[in-house]
Design a protein around this ligand. Structure first.
Ligand code: ASP
Length: 329
């Protein structure tokens, strides 16, 4: 009995040693195949734009392609669940915005925990938003918009990317400030929502500058204001919502990069190095500046920087959302 136990024990140890050696070599070879970067919203939208912008320099730094995959639905929570359940080997990574912090309060049944099921790679980018309408919408400025919306609230539609999307949060803030409930129309991302805005199928959309600056500059949509407290360099003629009387209307969308819990630390460090390289890439920096989006300081592009921020944001949003009583069953 003892001998058998000893034999099993020794075999077990050998197995463990071999497994450990395998992990070490897998880590030092990492990445030995392309990496999938999951985006929780549809292609063409703001999160997708940022992901595709950084995927190329990250791939260059890692010596492997970084392939963007869109897993859409339920305000980003379907993608979060997919990543939480993926093999933790560094070949699946994830970019999501502040919806990661609002999901626990918004969704009664959440099958993942943002604070337990992920490894943190670093913060990515901070992006302001803009309040838009289809080009032929009758209101020409914010005051006209407020008057029109109050008089026609049953007719006006407001697009968003689902419960917990930032377009949803911005729309909620807007409706709360003007005390009007609009018909909200959920999409699988603001990429398709923007297509419908351009096509005139929906009236209003609040969305990030990473998608909206070119549309505004080309005059393809009407813009009523930006959600920063200062005007944006990329849109100097567009007033802030705050300066037009919507006092304190501020939404800045932070983004983070994650991996499934249990992804080995040396692998996280490699991916973090690639993310930092991408965020310092001159082309990425220039493009983000053109879209009035800020690269966080380097100490925030760290696992610790993201985790601390996520924790603080969960604490901040939880009481606000619970008080507002908005949630999905
Ligand atoms: N802008 C979207 C949102 O409202 C997401 C996206 O499509 O990137 O969260």
């Amino acid at each position: 009995m003892r001998a058998t136990f000893k034999r099993w024990f020794t075999l077990g140890l050998t197995g463990l040693t071999l497994a450990a050696a395998g992990t070490v070599s897998a880590q030092s070879n990492f990445p030995d195949k392309p990496i999938v970067l999951v985006v929780p919203f549809a292609a063409g939208g703001p999160t997708d734009v940022v992901a595709r912008m950084i995927a190329i320099p990250m791939g260059r730094a890692l010596g492997q392609s970084v392939l963007v995959e869109n897993t859409v639905g339920a305000g980003g929570t379907i993608a979060s669940q997919r990543v939480a359940r993926s093999t933790p080997n560094g070949h699946t990574i994830y970019i999501h915005h502040m919806g990661m912090a609002t999901a626990p309060a918004l969704y009664k049944k959440l099958s993942f925990d943002p604070l337990k099921d992920f490894e943190y790679i670093g913060q990515v980018v901070d992006v302001p938003m803009t309040m838009l309408a289809r080009k032929d919408f009758p209101a020409n400025n914010l005051q006209e918009l407020l008057a029109y919306v109050k008089a026609n609230k049953d007719k006006v539609s407001l697009a968003n990317a689902g419960l917990g999307a930032v377009s949803h949060l911005c729309g909620l803030l807007f409706q709360t400030q003007i005390e009007v409930d609009l018909n909200t129309i959920p999409y699988k991302g603001t990429g398709p929502a923007m297509n419908d805005l351009l096509g005139g199928q929906v009236d209003l959309l609040c969305d990030q500058t990473t998608q909206t600056v070119p549309m505004i500059k080309e005059g393809r949509v009407k813009v009523y204001g930006v959600t920063s407290l200062k005007r944006l360099a990329a849109l100097p003629n567009v007033p802030t919502l705050d300066e037009q009387g919507m006092k304190g209307f501020e939404v800045k969308v932070w983004h983070g990069m994650y991996a499934p819990k249990g992804t080995p630390q040396p692998v996280i460090e490699k991916i973090n190095g690639a993310l930092r390289a991408a965020m310092q890439d001159p082309q990425v920096k220039q493009r983000l500046a053109e879209l009035s989006s800020d690269v966080p300081p380097l100490d925030k592009i760290t696992p610790e920087g993201l985790r601390t921020h996520l924790e603080a944001e969960i604490k901040k949003w939880d009481p606000v959302i619970r008080k507002a009583g908005i949630y999905a069953d």
